[in-house]
Ligand binder design. Sequence first.
Ligand code: C2E
Ligand code: CA
Ligand code: CA
Ligand code: CA
Length: 278
Amino acid sequence: AKREGKAGYQFFSQEMNQVNMRRVALENGMRQGLARGEFYLYFQPQWDLKTLRLTGAEALLRWHSAEFGLVGPDEFIPIAESCGFIFDLGDLVLREACLHAVQWDSFFPGLKVAVNISGRQFRQPDFLETMACVIKETGVRPSSLELEFTESVIMERAEKNIHALQALKRMGVKLSIDDFGTGYSSLNYLKHFPIDAIKIDRSFIAELVTDSDDAAIAEAIISMAHSLKLKVIAEGVENDAQLDFLVDRCCDEAQGFYFAPPMAGEDFTGYVKRFSEP
Ligand code: C2E
Ligand code: CA
Ligand code: CA
Ligand code: CA
């Protein structure tokens, strides 16, 4: 038993070592990757379920590294957060998203672009200043920007955040809660915070039609959101049955592979042209 334990430990620590080595390698590779232009945004369309019109897109960061190949944001965002590189990345994301929004707004007025804001980025003392700067420099219509925050980010320093969120609202940008239902359990913040929309996490949408608990949760989220005059966006919609369920319950908007996967900026330009009014 003793020997097994030791072998188990060795295996474990070897694995840990590999994880750590990749982490350190990615961390070191990021800065160079940014300089080489390896980071860029993809855009996933969002649809209005009542008017059946395109409403906008969520910007999703991609890293196509010469060294590591395609690295997913689920892997590199947490690393960037812990080493502080998220400040540079977050800046790039904001600027790029705004520049695209300006371009699309010119032939599809009102199209919105949703941007994911990480906790560390939001907590940076000059976040509001940066936001105002980017809006001014890019000339983006503020109402075409939607910032997505997770519940935990919003709740971390609730008192401070409420002021920051109010300041963002005064700039004219929209605010939404990402991954709703997976994080903080208190719902109290919803009535105090100047939020426009909540996004039902895709973990509830996945089993929507096969799991009655998930169906009940999704239904409850939609009706609660509507009572609070918040818009609801469902993410991760992949099939007809899920869409039917959401349309039946008056969910406002949806995104997911059913409509389209995230795509490059030029491809989304084509997509917007295809679905803009003649
Ligand atoms: P998220 O904000 O929840 O983004 C939605 C994720 O679901 C995206 O993964 C998207 O590609 C994926 N997805 C879209 N439709 C479907 C579907 O129908 N089925 C399934 N199974 N998945 C779908 P992605 O692009 O890999 O991003 C993962 C996470 O990384 C994001 O989750 C977000 O938390 C983070 N992230 C991505 N871009 C950024 C960014 O620019 N800044 C920050 N701070 N975080 C980002
Ligand atoms: Ca998101
Ligand atoms: Ca989400
Ligand atoms: Ca999610």
